[in-house]
Ligand binder design. Structure first.
Ligand code: SF4
Length: 326
């Protein structure tokens, strides 16, 4: 591991200033991803600014409804929170589907959103990887790409975002609250947090911009379901995951939300697919929604199966959310 210096931040703006002051500085919270990458030589920060003890660990109701979730709330605490379980069962289930109990006890809300891809070649410094070393190429394109993206990918990178929590938050229209060294707060819709592959940095955050909270609006009407399809029953990343909200009665659908995980560089939502929720008989409608959500999907060889897997996972999850669990 490359030597680095360390400091513990006293408040969010000071933390942001400390990172902004050095191009080689990084925030560290739970460290569940960053420390692994440092051991592998993928990340080589010269300075770490510890934000884990900032007072950003509250889950509070917002005056306009919904919840404000501090960036340092641990994943296990968020999953078990009574308000979250009642208002956003989708989020609680997505969190519990992620990682292991030990990791959820350490991983923070802000860190979860910023975790790096689990592309094998990204983690292997002997392999070309545009994400790790821009311009070096992408070993996954001609390599073993079973876990890679089928939507939104480019020839620059076909990696997926590994977060379950982000998929649920995308379906719930979450916004991310940040602060910079100047103390100026900013709100970013979750869908605008991640950049397309090959467009420079992975996120739209500036260097030294710190996530302080996630803001959830009141839950949308309807039943919420999160389904994760993976190679093992636990402690595995999603091949495909589906976060769905369906507002249905008497066999007709009045509205809904759909976000996909494991298939793209970010939680994948498609407006045209969601517009179809506005009326229709369930079974045929879910087929059309699945087709619209997967419009433009393409495989890269080993991951071709994901397209059909996603189609079936979407149909089944929407049926479950509509109350048809036959
Ligand atoms: Fe790197 Fe992306 Fe290619 Fe993986 S898919 S090797 S992360 S450029």
């Amino acid at each position: 591991m490359t030597p680095f210096t360390y400091e513990r931040a006293s408040d969010p703006a000071a933390a942001a200033r400390a990172v902004a002051a050095r191009p080689d500085a990084r925030f560290i919270a739970g460290g569940t991803n960053l420390v692994d990458l440092m051991k592998l030589g993928v990340e080589r920060p010269g300075h770490l600014v510890d934000v884990s003890r900032l007072k950003l660990d509250a889950i509070e109701p917002r005056p306009e409804g919904g919840l404000k979730i501090g960036a340092q709330v641990k994943n296990s605490v968020l999953a078990a929170d009574e308000q979250v379980r009642k208002l956003y069962p989708l989020l609680s289930r997505a969190l519990l589907a992620g990682a292991s109990g030990q990791l959820r006890n350490m991983a923070s809300t802000g860190g979860n959103l910023l975790q790096r891809t689990r592309c094998f070649y990204f983690a292997d410094v002997s392999q070309p990887c545009n994400k790790r070393t821009p311009g070096s190429g992408c070993a996954a394109l001609g390599g073993f790409n079973r876990i890679h993206a089928v939507l939104g990918a480019t020839e620059a990178c076909i990696a997926t975002n590994p977060s379950d929590m982000a998929v649920a938050m995308a379906a719930l229209d979450a916004r991310v609250e940040t602060v910079t060294g100047e103390g100026a707060p900013r709100e970013i819709p979750l869908g605008e947090l991640y950049r397309a592959p090959g467009e420079g940095p992975e996120t739209t955050l500036g260097h030294g911009e710190l996530i302080t909270a996630v803001l959830l609006p009141p839950p949308p009407p309807g039943r919420q379901v999160y389904r994760k399809v993976r190679d093992r029953a636990s402690y595995a990343f999603a091949l495909v995951s589906v976060a769905a909200v369906v507002d249905a009665a008497d066999g007709r659908v009045r509205g809904g939300r759909l976000a996909l995980g494991g298939v793209a560089h970010k939680p994948w939502r498609v407006e045209e697919a969601e517009r179809l929720f506005d009326g229709g008989v369930e079974t045929r409608l879910f087929d059309r929604i699945a087709d619209a959500a997967l419009s433009g999907a393409r495989g890269y060889g080993h991951n071709d199966f994901k397209i059909d897997l996603a189609r079936r996972a979407i149909r089944r999850t929407l049926a479950d959310a509509a109350g048809d669990v036959s």
